[in-house]
Write a protein that binds this ligand. Structure first.
Ligand code: ATP
Length: 312
């Protein structure tokens, strides 16, 4: 095993899936750092489930090579026992309790049932583990599905849209659980349509759209889609005209927009720049009714990378 394989739980290049003449995953290069929570983000039909299924050996790649947990991607039987997954909706017996369902899965998978208590604790179901699965809320069902993915103590955990359809409290619980799973030394790959659902829990991000890789890296590295600006609005049109002259003569890049004047932040510290602009306006006798820093959410940045159409 070389150093990069130790650093990356998954390192694949040219991952491609074609169904007939249709390419649904198109030469995607992926690196999933070991021990990270990696978010796989993309709209409907982007290819998220297909990528996860290929990593799991459930779908055979048309092309692509690389490694999963330092084993050859093309030999999934070599690494499958170290990978746990929740793909689509979990299938459990509604009349059996959460615990009984996990015991059943342990028997099927040859796992040690003594790990069940720890898993129930980690997924926050201790206390409700004896209730019938059919009586669980959607969030609890997803949590039990995540628990099932943890049987056998996998090193890599793959969760396909675990927050889908779950209410905000349930989402928060799932996010906290994902963090705990990574904190216990595992690598987590988790997908969602929306970065906002995962941005507080991801260390690393992969953005897919229409089968292609649009971004891979840290959240902070997501490219901005529009310039960061300070927006200023004068009380009267004449105030703004005066301000434009003052600011331009001070070397600022100023534009008129529908909501006021936009001053490019560039490499400046936004808070310091806002203070300077405020002083310039006051010293020039200009009355401001608004001054704010226009930032872009990370979700906006992702939306700037993906098309608007879905393919499913
Ligand atoms: N077995 C298959 N045969 C033909 N096309 C398929 C098959 N499986 C998936 N696709 C197509 O591949 C594309 C990617 O699907 P995939 O489920 O991977 O996307 P996704 O990003 O997970 O979307 P969603 O968020 O809707 O689950 C879709 O257009 C889908 O219709």
């Amino acid at each position: 095993m070389d150093t990069q394989e130790q650093l990356d739980a998954v390192a694949v290049t040219g991952l491609t899936k074609r169904y007939g003449r249709r390419t649904v995953v198109d030469h995607v290069d992926l690196h999933i750092p070991a021990g990270s929570v990696t978010g796989l983000i993309g709209p409907n039909g982007a290819g998220k489930t297909t990528v996860m299924s290929m990593l799991l050996g459930l779908v055979r790649p048309t092309e692509g090579r690389g490694s999963v947990l330092a084993h050859d991607l093309r030999e999934p039987t070599a690494y499958m026992s170290q990978v746990g997954a929740l793909i689509e909706s979990p299938a459990f017996y509604p009349n059996l309790s959460g615990r009984e369902n996990l015991v059943h899965l342990c028997r099927l998978g040859g796992h040690d049932p003594s790990e069940i208590d720890g898993i129930l604790d980690l997924v926050g179901l201790l206390g409700r583990e004896s209730d019938a699965y059919g009586s669980y809320s959607l969030g609890m069902k997803q949590r039990l599905g995540i628990g099932a993915a943890l049987l056998g103590d996998p090193r890599l955990v793959i969760l396909d849209e675990p927050t889908n359809g779950v209410d905000p409290t349930g989402m928060r619980d799932i996010r906290a659980m994902v963090r705990r799973i990574a904190d216990s030394g595992r690598t987590v790959l988790v997908s969602s349509h929306l970065l906002a659902e995962l941005e507080h829990v991801c260390d690393h991000l992969i953005v897919l759209d229409q089968g292609g890789l649009r971004y891979q890296g840290t959240l902070a590295g997501l490219p901005a889609t529009r310039d960061e600006v300070i927006v200023l609005r004068g009380r009267m049109a004449a105030d703004e005209e005066r301000l434009v002259q003052l600011l331009r003569s001070g070397g600022h890049v100023v534009e008129h927009t529908a909501t006021g004047l936009a001053v490019a932040v560039g490499a400046s510290d936004p808070a310091a720049l806002a203070g300077d602009l405020n002083r310039t306006a006051a010293d020039g006798g200009v009355n401001l009714v608004e001054l704010h820093h226009r930032t872009e959410s990370l979700e906006d940045r992702v939306l700037g990378l993906v098309g608007t159409g879905s393919r499913s």
